[in-house]
Design a protein around this ligand. Structure first.
Ligand SMILES: O=C(O)c1ccccc1NCC(=O)[C@H](O)[C@H](O)COP(=O)(O)O
Length: 204
């Protein structure tokens, strides 16, 4: 099970998270989020160990800005949380791994994803809320049974120490990894290393 820790923004805390050995770390490049990584310095990202995918998270951002940030910060992956089309997602595939996020609720139609197959590397299934992400709310994971494509997915949305046991038991052939965020924080953007350590013990 791959582990992504999302919503980092403080230099020392980024180093402490990286020392736990996540597979992906995420930086929110979306100003309305309380986890917005506004003062991100490229040398902090450059100091992260090889093998951790540095992921930039966007919501309906312009192509030029995404490309510029990938180039400036050497992001390995982009995670797109808005209404990005399959063609828009595909634009970044020669530069980065592309993760397309979708907010899931009981009305979500997984047939919407057909056009993205072959144009993205992973899906990320989050809880549908007006915030686009970082809500701390989980969705009914039984809905994942409606997902039949062969693009692997990350599960996110309200994952916490209280429900990781249940998450581990999810048996879906495309379940690739988890995304840990607001339930592992001391404050928005500042990760609780002790809680994350416990999560890694459960998941690894
Ligand atoms: O975390 C945010 O503030 C955020 C804001 C806007 C778009 C995406 C955002 N986070 C992206 C993530 O990958 C989160 O980990 C995911 O939404 C789950 O968050 P949480 O429910 O807090 O565990």
């Amino acid at each position: 099970m791959r582990i992504k820790v999302c919503g980092l923004k403080h230099a020392e805390n980024i180093g402490a998270v990286a020392a736990l050995g996540p597979d992906y770390v995420g930086f929110i490049c979306y100003a309305p989020s309380p986890r917005y990584a506004s003062g991100l310095q490229d040398e902090i990202l450059a100091a992260l160990p090889e093998g951790i995918y540095k992921t930039a998270v966007f919501v309906n951002e312009d192509e030029e800005i995404i490309t510029k940030l990938i180039d400036n910060y050497n992001f390995d992956a982009v995670q797109l949380h808005g209404n990005e089309s399959p063609e828009f997602c595909e634009l970044f595939r020669d530069k980065a791994t592309v993760i397309k996020a979708f907010g899931i609720d009981e009305d979500f139609d997984f047939d919407r994803l057909v056009g993205y197959a072959g144009k993205v590397d992973y899906f990320l299934f989050d809880t549908k809320t007006p915030k686009h992400g970082g809500s701390g709310q989980s969705f009914d994971w039984r809905l994942l049974n409606g997902y039949k494509l062969n693009v692997p997915f990350f599960l996110s949305g309200g994952l916490s120490l209280d429900n990781l046991g249940e998450v581990k038991a999810i048996d879906h052939p495309q379940f690739f990894g988890v995304d840990l965020n607001s339930k592992f924080e001391l404050e928005p953007g500042l990760k609780d290393i002790d809680k994350l350590k416990k999560a890694f013990e459960i998941l690894k």
